[in-house]
Design a protein around this ligand. Structure first.
Ligand code: PLP
Length: 441
């Protein structure tokens, strides 16, 4: 049966969307960036309908959040059922089954065999913030190492670790002191012929041979924070062996290893956690975004031995809200029950299709991905590999006018990150549209 999307009539935004955009611009904070004038009325699966009745195919999941689509019946039912019982009690102070069940589930699902404990938050940033505190508390050390290009959040502590865009820092300093940024290995920009092993060795040498030798005593370092796949930094997949090498480095110096799986976790790469592709267990892991299918929930999952803070050391009024816990449990049921496998299977189709487009369009310098987390990098020339932000911007804007929702990241990368419920027909349709857009843009 033909699908009723994408279907766009007339230039966007339409009149109703325009009215919302104007009203929003008059009263919302200047801090909001707004990517393009999409004013959503409703969504279903991978389809987003705007207030003028235009229908879009979604390839960005509201920044990799709408893992189960825009209102999966099982998630909606779980939310409605939980909301009808009670909206709040404060999980930091009282008990309810949903919170115990979700913490148990995440502790069991977390990578590695050591026992885990879970603290629930309202966002990814808040999970990062909690991890900074926990790492310092557990080690009684202060310094944090993070990677250039990383995004870990926007509060003063988390922002100090973030190294994505200068405007995210401008005017806010001084931030948390004693945070040190090192290079994230970049396969695409490595010298031609450089092996993964050599790239890993170079990255580790940048920490141990340089930072720890010239600037910073590793005995002062509480934790290394790393995204197993760098998200906002440009959907960068590190070389094989990188996470393992970081694990060994941390073990040599008594440093905690923190994996930020906020964007790449919960099935997106075809396994529950991206770090499982490398079989490496962190000391602390962070989750959020896709965990609640759009309901605000995050988690700080720590090894039992690290979670040695005492009652009252940390807390949150809303973190682990009962309605959000129910959404997360339903999401995990769906992800474990087939969506993760779907992401692995359809991811191959998406990557193959994106690579075929790269074969026809010189502007695409690189396609990289795993599961339904795929980055397409735009360059001025294949030989020089200079990022071409104007080209990726044009593609995102033109795709919107054609009914395909995309989102950029890094300097000139487009992320292809549809909801995990997507099927073959929509993968092919999205690729076809993208092809048309590339010829147009
Ligand atoms: C890897 C990563 N960490 C942390 C965050 C911050 O999460 P939130 O926006 O929920 O605070 C993000 C958001 O994009 C992210 O991608």
């Amino acid at each position: 049966m033909p699908r009723s999307y994408p279907a766009v009539s007339g230039p966007l935004p339409g009149p109703r969307a325009r009215a919302i955009v104007d009203r929003d611009r008059a009263f919302t904070s200047h801090a909001y960036l707004k990517e393009y004038p999409l004013a959503i009325a409703r969504g279903e699966g991978v389809m987003v309908e705007d207030v003028d009745g235009n229908r879009f195919l979604d390839f960005m999941s509201g920044i990799a959040v709408s893992s189960t689509g825009y209102g999966h019946p099982r998630v909606v039912a779980a939310v409605q059922e939980a909301a009808a019982k009670f909206l709040h009690i404060c999980g930091s102070d009282f008990y309810f089954e949903g919170m115990a069940a979700l913490c148990e589930r995440l502790a069991r699902l977390a990578p590695g065999s050591t026992p885990k404990r879970v603290f629930l938050t309202n966002s990814g940033t808040e999970a990062t913030e909690g991890a900074i505190k926990l790492a310092r508390h557990a080690t009684r050390r202060t310094a944090i190492v993070a990677f250039k290009g990383a995004f870990h959040g926007r509060t003063t502590g988390a922002l100090a670790l973030t190294s994505s865009k200068a405007r995210q820092h401008a005017g806010f300093g001084p931030l948390l002191p004693d945070v040190h940024h090192v290079a994230y290995p970049n396969r695409y920009r490595a010298p031609a012929g450089m092996s993964d092993a050599a790239l890993v060795a170079e990255a580790i040498d940048g920490i141990e041979g340089d930072l720890f030798t010239r600037h910073l005593d590793p005995k002062d370092v509480a934790a290394i924070f790393v995204e197993p796949v760098q998200g906002e930094g440009g959907y960068l997949f590190p070389p094989d062996g990188f996470l393992k090498a970081l694990r060994d480095l941390c073990d040599r110096h008594g440093i905690l290893l923190v994996f930020d799986e906020i964007q790449c976790g919960v099935g997106r790469t075809g396994k529950m956690w991206a770090c499982e592709h490398e079989g490496v267990e962190p000391d602390i892991m962070l989750s959020a975004k896709g965990l609640g299918s759009g309901m605000p929930i995050g988690a700080l999952i720590a090894r039992e031995s690290v979670d040695d803070w005492k009652g009252g050391a940390h807390g949150s009024t809303f973190g682990g809200n009962p309605v959000c816990c129910a959404a997360a449990l339903a999401t995990l049921d769906l992800v474990e029950g087939g969506l993760m496998a779907n992401a692995a299977r359809l991811g191959e189709r998406l990557i193959a299709g994106a690579r075929a487009l790269a074969g026809r369009h010189e502007a695409i310098g690189d396609v990289r991905g795993r599961g339904l987390m795929v980055g397409m990098e735009f360059v001025k020339s294949r030989a020089g590999k200079e990022p071409d932000p104007a080209a990726s911007r044009r593609v995102v804007d033109t795709a919107f006018q054609h009914g395909l929702l995309l989102l950029g990241c890094g300097k000139s990368v487009i992320r292809l990150a549809p909801p995990l419920v997507i099927d073959e027909v929509d993968i092919d349709r999205g690729l076809e549209l993208l092809g048309a857009v590339l010829s147009d843009a």
